[in-house]
Design a protein around this ligand. Structure first.
Ligand code: NAD
Ligand code: 13P
Length: 401
């Protein structure tokens, strides 16, 4: 039997942490996976060597994950095309602003039956539409892509402190080895209603027949099912919950970044824990509302309120995430969040600011921005048209209405 070859597309703070987890597991489960893990690195000079040479020789990403020894079976590769060649599993893990360029470079260079997992926390807003990065990458590359998201501050997981995560994967029917319950229909998976899909197709994250015609994973490979992905990501310090709600998991990770900025704003004003809890409560309501309004066919409220990718990520991000910390400092120092990001993060990228702008332009285009007062307030504060002190009044108006 063949083994799955795994590539991590990205090598930042979270990309390097996920590479560590995956490489530990490919070493442990040699019956399922090739031991060596490719990690694509956006090449740059660091002290004065190339970052890939430092990672390959010293097994440390000194710029984006300093102080953590990476397993020696990770190969840092500066060539995207070479890193993804012949891989059956592609893990997309980079700031969302760079994914478009990366996908256009790898298009045509991957196995037709590759499968993906997106660890990206953001949504893709274009032409007045909103889509998930999992579906957008999948449509662009003609493959199926699930999502991993959770209360996962990278530095804590890299230090092997216990946490949970949620992996959403809705196995395409053509990958299934077991007899299908009805001709042409996929096996039921947790949380999903079985719907008929034409041969070669699958459901997209909204439950419609996807326009992508998939190629099945050959039966010479171990089945790429929930168990296989659990083996790839689960560690004693990183507990995986497998679900099928790709939309809920992806939206939780994207939208909480807007809320974390708001939490940072009120903390920076010194308003204390009650104010922060109010931000989390209102933010969670807007997250659920957004999911129901735009992905209502498939999204489950429980993904927001019960999974690591929902409420737990919201809490950790509003406690110690980068978006929270940068927003708090911006208010304390009277400078912009962008300024704090470039001064303090050493090249790491915030996702909340761009997500706040993107979600706002999407809502505004539909005349719905007033229905999401917290998301709108964050956009307006970032743009300088509203103040942190306006937040109580802005969100109260919505509760009254
Ligand atoms: P990061 O914030 O460390 O970003 C830096 C990365 O971007 C580096 O690998 C850098 O090489 C790369 N980069 C810079 N310019 C680039 C370019 N022009 N093209 C391509 N790449 C470029 O990244 P991260 O923390 O690994 O985040 C990746 C995703 O994971 C994000 O969506 C983030 O929200 C999510 N996430 C992060 C954490 C965390 O704690 N860091 C936790 C969970 C999820
Ligand atoms: P930040 O990008 O704000 O650090 O959030 C990290 C995260 O997603 C924690 O789950």
């Amino acid at each position: 039997e063949k083994k799955h070859k795994v590539t991590i597309v990205g090598s930042g703070n979270w990309g390097s942490t996920i590479a560590k987890i995956v490489a530990e597991n490919t070493r442990q489960h040699k019956n399922l996976f090739e031991e060596q893990v490719q990690m694509w690195v956006y090449e740059e000079q660091v002290q004065p060597q190339k970052l890939t040479s430092i990672i390959n020789n010293h097994h440390e990403n000194v710029k984006y994950l300093p102080g953590i020894t990476l397993p020696s079976n990770i190969v840092a590769n500066p060539s995207l095309v070479d890193a993804v060649r012949d891989s059956t599993i592609l893990i997309f893990n980079l700031p969302h602003q760079f994914i478009g360029n990366v996908c256009s470079q790898i298009h045509g260079h991957i196995l037709p039956y590759a499968r993906g997992i997106s660890c990206i926390k953001g949504v893709n807003v274009s032409d007045d539409a909103v889509s998930l990065f999992s579906e957008w990458i999948g449509d662009g590359l003609n493959i199926y892509v699930g999502a991993l998201s959770g209360a996962n501050i990278a530095s804590e997981i890299a230090a092997e402190k216990w946490s949970e995560t949620t992996v959403a994967y809705d196995p395409p029917p053509m990958d299934s080895r077991a007899p299908t319950p009805r001709s042409g229909s996929p096996l039921p998976s947790p949380g999903f209603t079985v719907t008929e899909v034409p041969d070669g197709h699958h459901r997209d994250a909204r439950g419609r027949t996807s326009k992508v015609r998939l190629t099945g994973v050959p039966s010479t490979y171990p089945p790429l099912d929930h168990e296989c992905f659990r083996m790839l990501f689960h560690r004693p310090y990183f507990h995986v919950q497998m679900v099928s709600d790709v939309a809920g998991v992806s939206l939780g990770g994207a939208l909480k970044n807007i809320v974390a900025l708001a939490a940072g704003f009120v903390d920076g004003r010194g308003w204390g824990d009650n104010a922060k809890a109010a931000i989390m409560r209102i933010g969670l309501m807007e997250m659920v509302k957004f999911g129901k309004e735009f992905f209502g066919e498939t999204v489950q409220s429980a993904t927001f309120t019960e999974s690591s990718a929902g409420v737990a990520d919201l809490i950790t991000s509003c406690s110690g995430g980068r978006n929270f910390r940068c927003a708090r400092k911006a208010v304390e120092k009277g400078i912009t969040v962008d300024e704090v990001e470039s001064q303090d993060l050493n090249g790491q990228k915030l996702q909340g600011t761009t997500t706040a702008y993107e979600v706002n332009s999407f809502l505004k285009a539909r005349g719905l921005d007033k229905d999401y007062p917290l998301f709108t307030a964050v956009n307006d504060i970032l743009r300088g048209t509203k103040q942190v002190d306006d937040i109580p009044q802005l969100v109260a108006a919505a509760d009254d209405g």
